[in-house]
Design a protein around this ligand. Structure first.
Ligand code: HEM
Length: 518
């Protein structure tokens, strides 16, 4: 008997194999009728895989745009399920189930993939339900009080000293051209890191500042953890450079002159038995929390204000009337941060509106156990939840039919602290502990620049000088788009009080901003 396979037999075998593969993919992709409805991919079966590979995390928002008015969607990819949630009333259910629907696994993921910690440290830090000792919780818990009260005041005082130096340097050289993005990055990086790590702050060195931004920009490749020395060379090199600088910092007892925050992190980690090297690694990833969102927020806020002349003038007027103290005798002009907080609601509203409209990030959670939310949607154990901020921040049920417009007044006259649908600083129990510091820093930075300088783009088309810049995807740890090209602006000193000494003032005990949350 011949053992050769005829062409027809071969064809039939291939066909049967294809049918089996398709049937098993379809079975694996199946969605329980109690789960949120499945989003239909453009290409059947593997469309979501292609969509994610091609568009990255922006794919989640694209699916929201394609499926408007659907509160929750399932993206089935083989056995793994991702649920996208966009409806504010479902977010409250997610919050209520925070023990089952948790952010913790992503903190543990970060200690491994972002920080590159040893297995020993990972075990200490990992959440208890996953077999660890829950150390990440302790660290976050230790951080919160240091970013309020005295700890916050100290950081603000240090931060404004740096801001003054940079502003004075700009005034001394102006009129001059600056790359606005680069300017925001340099000034905020120096000011924030100085207030966090004190005299031995590693970020004093430009090499370290650049290493951090290489690390941040190379994050997507780094997270894959596949031969990072080769496949994520730039990010890996940046991280290792920064890590070595923190090793030196701790060996030199740098926290002695550092903030309460830096001390609390060191003490908490050290007491749990984490080694100096691993603490240095964790501090490397802490830089992401401190800088990766603050810098782009400062840039976009500045852009949103300067590109709207009427808003710019309104803010200048408000600041002059309530927060700038002029002394003609000593020729001093002092911007008071507490006055901004207490008497300048418009600039605070504008900052929040900028945060609302510019944020392209998402909150991510893991489902530990099967759970039904809102008495309606089954979320299965092991699935990932994505909550794209843009979908939530533009939700018409919260923000009305003008939700896509930039309008700071929507944040005025709100007496309640919480409104559904504003996730800029996270939602309970994972609210951002750094929000008051970030808000104070961004407001001081922008206030001082717009009071002292006129900023005008140098490459401009007539009549529309502040064109919306082209953007490119940013790293997954950042919630804001990055610019494709530099945005060159000319900084010209304003005549008003040009020859005055400009400074800031922090009133102790007044560093907390009543930001809208949740
Ligand atoms: C404009 C600047 C900032 C923005 C927009 C921002 C935003 C956020 C958001 C949305 C979360 C929650 C993440 C989630 O639920 O998935 C978060 C958490 C966090 N942020 Fe910020 N943040 C900023 C600045 C800062 C600063 C300056 C620090 C440190 C001083 C900081 C430290 C943290 C930490 C440690 C967490 C984790 C909290 C937890 O897991 O409970 N952030 N931030």
């Amino acid at each position: 008997m011949s053992s050769e396979i005829s062409p027809i037999q071969g064809f039939i075998s291939v066909l049967v194999a294809i049918v089996l593969i398709v049937a098993s993919i379809a079975r694996l992709n199946g969605v329980d009728s109690r789960e949120p409805p499945a989003a239909k991919p453009t290409v059947p079966l593997l469309g979501h895989v292609f969509g994610l590979l091609w568009n990255g995390t922006a794919y989640f928002q694209q699916l929201c745009d394609k499926n408007p008015n659907i509160p929750a969607i399932t993206i089935p990819i083989f056995k793994a399920k991702t649920y996208i949630i966009t409806a504010p009333w479902l977010l409250q259910a997610v919050q209520r189930n925070s023990r089952i629907i948790s952010f913790d696994p992503f903190l543990s993921f970060a200690t491994d993939r972002i920080a590159g910690c040893s297995k020993h440290a990972q075990n200490i830090l990992r959440e208890k339900p996953a077999g660890g000792q829950g150390g990440n919780h302790n660290v976050i818990h230790a951080m919160h009080p240091t970013l309020l009260g005295d700890g916050l005041d100290d950081m603000n005082e240090s931060m404004i000293k740096r801001l003054k130096l940079w502003n004075d340097a700009l005034a001394a050289r102006a009129p001059m051209k600056i790359d606005l993005c680069e300017w925001c990055r340099e000034v905020i990086t120096v000011a924030a890191s100085e207030s966090m790590w004190g005299e031995l702050n590693p970020f004093k060195s430009k090499v370290i500042r650049d290493a951090f931004w290489d690390f941040e920009g190379g994050m997507n490749a780094l997270l894959l953890k596949f031969l990072p020395q080769l496949t994520a060379r730039r990010g890996w090199k940046g991280r290792e450079t920064l890590f070595n600088a923190f090793v030196e910092y701790y060996k030199a007892d740098g926290t002695k002159s550092g903030s309460q925050l830096a001390k609390a992190r060191w003490n908490c980690l050290h007491e749990m038995g984490v080694s100096l090297e691993d603490i240095a690694r964790l501090e490397t990833s802490m830089c992401i929390g401190l800088l990766a969102n603050t810098v782009p927020t400062a840039f976009w806020f500045l852009f949103d204000v300067c590109s709207r002349p009427e808003i710019l003038e309104k803010i200048r007027g408000e600041l002059y009337e309530h927060a700038v103290h002029i002394d003609p005798e000593t020729k001093s002009a002092i911007v008071d941060l507490a006055d901004i907080r207490e008497h300048c609601p418009f600039i605070i509203a504008a900052l929040q509106e900028s945060l609302r409209t510019r944020n392209t990030g998402r909150a991510t959670r893991l489902v530990y156990e099967d759970v039904v939310i809102d008495n309606k949607y089954l979320l299965k154990k092991g699935s990932i939840i994505q909550i794209p901020y843009q979908a939530v921040h533009e939700h018409e049920k919260v923000w009305g039919s003008t939700s896509k417009n930039f309008d700071p007044t929507r944040f005025l006259n709100r007496t309640q602290r919480k409104v559904g649908g504003f996730l800029e600083f996270g939602m309970s129990p994972n609210t951002c502990p750094g929000r008051h510091f970030a808000a104070g820093e961004i407001l001081s930075f922008v206030a001082a620049l717009i009071l002292r300088f006129d900023l005008t783009p140098t490459i401009s088309s007539p009549g529309a000088p502040w064109n919306e810049p082209e953007i490119q995807p940013s790293s997954v740890v950042t919630s804001f788009a990055a610019l494709k090209n530099p945005l060159l602006v000319s900084a010209t000193p304003r005549e008003k009080y040009q020859d005055y000494d400009w400074d800031f003032r922090v009133t102790r005990g007044s560093g907390r901003f009543e930001l809208i949350m949740g």
